[in-house]
Design a protein around this ligand. Structure first.
Ligand code: ZN
Length: 289
């Protein structure tokens, strides 16, 4: 999918997301989609280094920090003509897709689906939903470093699957006595409307357990400290709810590549209540438009 086509379908997707918001939710039973066939990896993802790099030095307090628009310049390369040629290790077309901000206000097109979906078992990680091959090398490295502690609860989820999932959660809340508006509001803190889920990118994974106490498990703590080394960032951080609209999800990691994940770690993003990963993706996208 080219950036131009992506833009066109994104516009269509925004239209359908708006229509959905108007018409309300459908009541359907969630079904697990069959994994699509597995095309070859299109990009050579860097192999992990044998020795992990040391933890990055933390940036100073918010008042001392550079604006995000300045920070991201570290990851951008231009040619002599002034065109962007590299974005945190990606070519611009790949960066546009991989670093696309998917938020409460920014949706993917309903028909957007990545082309390189494969079973995570390809990379030594058990799980029933596929992931993009582009993150495979880093996922395999993270699995090895964790001592084979990781399993995938959720990977790629198509638009319709997300629609069904959201509707099912709302129906459960209404069955428990809530009116529709209150049910939608409650479900929205932990589940995305169709088109607004990072899982549709095929780059977000829910690991091991989607229970709050996963944060206090050995593997949950390890991921919190180490996932950045393998190009993964926690999307919904402990202090990020006011910015993202989602409560802390210690299991939900999105692959963004190692260079950008390292920048986030250097900026102390996990403890940041003002800047969320999506703020960085938005800033990067503004350079690519
Ligand atoms: Zn998730």
């Amino acid at each position: 999918m080219t950036r131009r086509h992506f833009l066109a379908t994104m516009a269509a997707g925004l239209g359908s997301a708006a229509a959905l918001a108007v018409t309300g939710c459908r009541q359907e039973v969630a079904t697990r989609p069959a994994p699509p066939p597995a095309p070859a990896d299109r990009l050579g993802v860097r192999q992990p280094t044998a020795t992990p790099e040391p933890a990055p030095a933390r940036a100073g307090s918010a008042s001392e920090r550079l604006p995000i628009a300045r920070l991201i310049l570290k990851g951008i390369e231009w040619d002599r003509a002034g065109s962007v040629v590299k974005v945190f290790g990606f070519d611009p077309e790949t960066a546009w897709e991989v670093l696309f901000p998917v938020t409460k206000t920014q949706a993917l097109p309903a028909d957007y689906a990545p082309r390189d979906l494969v079973s995570p078992s390809t990379y030594g990680v058990p799980g029933g939903q596929p992931v993009r091959a582009i993150l495979g090398a880093d996922l395999a490295a993270m699995q090895r470093a964790s001592g084979d502690a990781l399993s995938i609860v959720s990977g790629y989820r198509p638009y319709q699957y997300q629609a069904d999932l959201f509707d099912r959660y709302v129906a459960e809340q209404m069955a428990a006595g809530l009116d529709r508006n209150t049910a939608v509001e409650r479900v929205s803190r932990s589940s995305a409307l169709p088109g607004h889920s990072e899982h549709q990118l095929g780059l977000a994974i829910d690991l091991n357990s989607v229970e709050d106490d996963f944060a206090d498990t050995r593997t949950g703590r390890w991921l919190y400290q180490e996932a950045w080394r393998y190009g993964f960032a926690l999307s919904y951080t402990p202090r990020g709810e006011a910015r993202t609209g989602y409560q802390y999800e210690p299991w939900h990691y999105r692959w963004i590549g190692r260079p950008l994940a390292q920048l986030l770690a250097e900026q102390g993003y996990l403890e940041d209540g003002e800047r969320t990963p999506a703020d960085y993706y938005e800033a990067i996208r503004s350079l690519l438009v």
